[in-house]
Design a protein around this ligand. Structure first.
Ligand code: BJW
Length: 243
């Protein structure tokens, strides 16, 4: 907490746990209903899309419908407030749901893309999210298949987003890893870059992530509880978000 009070450069890396309290399932928790028989890791791959684009689109169409109904929670709102209080604050997210931006965070570094748009597999052009009554959808310009504009396993992350995240992590005073299991690379290594650069690293999660950076701290709890409490403790005049 003392480190955060005096920090000039802070990086927050968020994962699916930050959106859990907005009603969005985390990536690795059991899926429900129709989707209970599939592992997300097997659907979020270029191979799955090549084999059965309709199935992969149906999964993303379902998730898109959840995202459209979701609203930011106290964790998203608190991170947006922190950005205004810390001289150099970088919010890096693995989430594709856009809830940080909806909560008022500007300059969000999206490592894994966004479910808000689609992309033409032939030209790479970004297209609006298509109507999902006839799946898989085609590019309105060239007729090739569209895909969700997200990063699947085995695909490179957007180079500028990754470079920004690595740079910010290597230079920061405090690195907060929030609501992520820390199993997916290269996002999981950002905490190690931060620790190597001398930052105080803390993991905020209801369960201890598997690989934690040397000398790091672990705070057990839900993001929607811990982050407002942290904000209230470090900046008492900000009040605590209890909604
Ligand atoms: C709460 C909570 C509450 C619950 N409050 N918390 C090095 C070693 C080994 C393997 C690799 C390596 N480097 C690369 C790899 C391969 C691979 C990888 O990491 N594999 C591992 C699984 C072993 N990585 C890649 O393939 C990446 N690409 C790459 O490296 O390319 C290199 C390349 C270069 C040049 C040419 C070609 C290639 C790409 C990774 C893309 C990941 N994509 C996904 C899907 C995105 C789209 C979508 O959402 O559908 O991203 S996979 C999925 O995992 C998704 C997530 O963003 C990501 C991380 O998941 P996250 O957020 O951590 O979620 P969960 O569910 O795991 O955890 C949630 C946590 O929240 C839990 O701990 C809960 O307890 C907690 N929680 N409620 C706070 N209320």
């Amino acid at each position: 907490m003392a480190a955060l009070r005096t920090a000039e450069r802070v990086v927050a890396l968020t994962g699916a746990g930050v959106s859990a309290e907005s009603g969005l399932p985390t990536f690795r928790e059991a899926q429900t209903g129709l989707w209970a028989r599939y592992r997300p890791e097997e659907l979020a791959t270029p191979e799955a899309f090549d084999m059965d684009p309709r199935l992969v689109w149906e999964w993303y169409a379902w998730r898109h419908s959840l995202v459209e109904r979701a609203v930011p929670n106290a964790a998203h709102r608190t991170l947006a407030k922190m950005a205004a209080l810390i001289p150099n604050f970088t919010l890096v997210t693995q989430n594709i749901d856009g809830l940080h931006q909806q909560a008022g965070s500007l300059r969000v570094v999206e490592l894994h893309g966004s479910i808000r748009h689609a992309r033409c597999i032939r030209e790479g052009a970004i297209r609006p999210w298509p109507p999902t009554n006839d799946l898989p959808p085609s590019c309105p310009e060239c007729g090739a298949l569209l895909r969700p504009d997200v990063v699947w396993f085995g695909e490179p992350l957007p180079s500028s987003a990754l470079a920004q995240a690595v740079h910010a992590a290597s230079q920061c005073d405090v690195f907060l890893s929030i609501g992520t299991s820390g199993v997916v690379e290269p996002a999981a290594s950002l905490a190690y870059h931060a620790a190597q650069g001398g930052a105080t690293v803390a993991y905020l999660n209801p369960e201890r992530p598997k690989n934690t950076a040397p000398g790091s701290f672990y705070v057990c709890g839900l993001a929607g509880d811990i982050l407002p409490a942290l904000l209230g403790a470090v900046w008492p005049d900000q009040g605590v978000d209890t909604e």
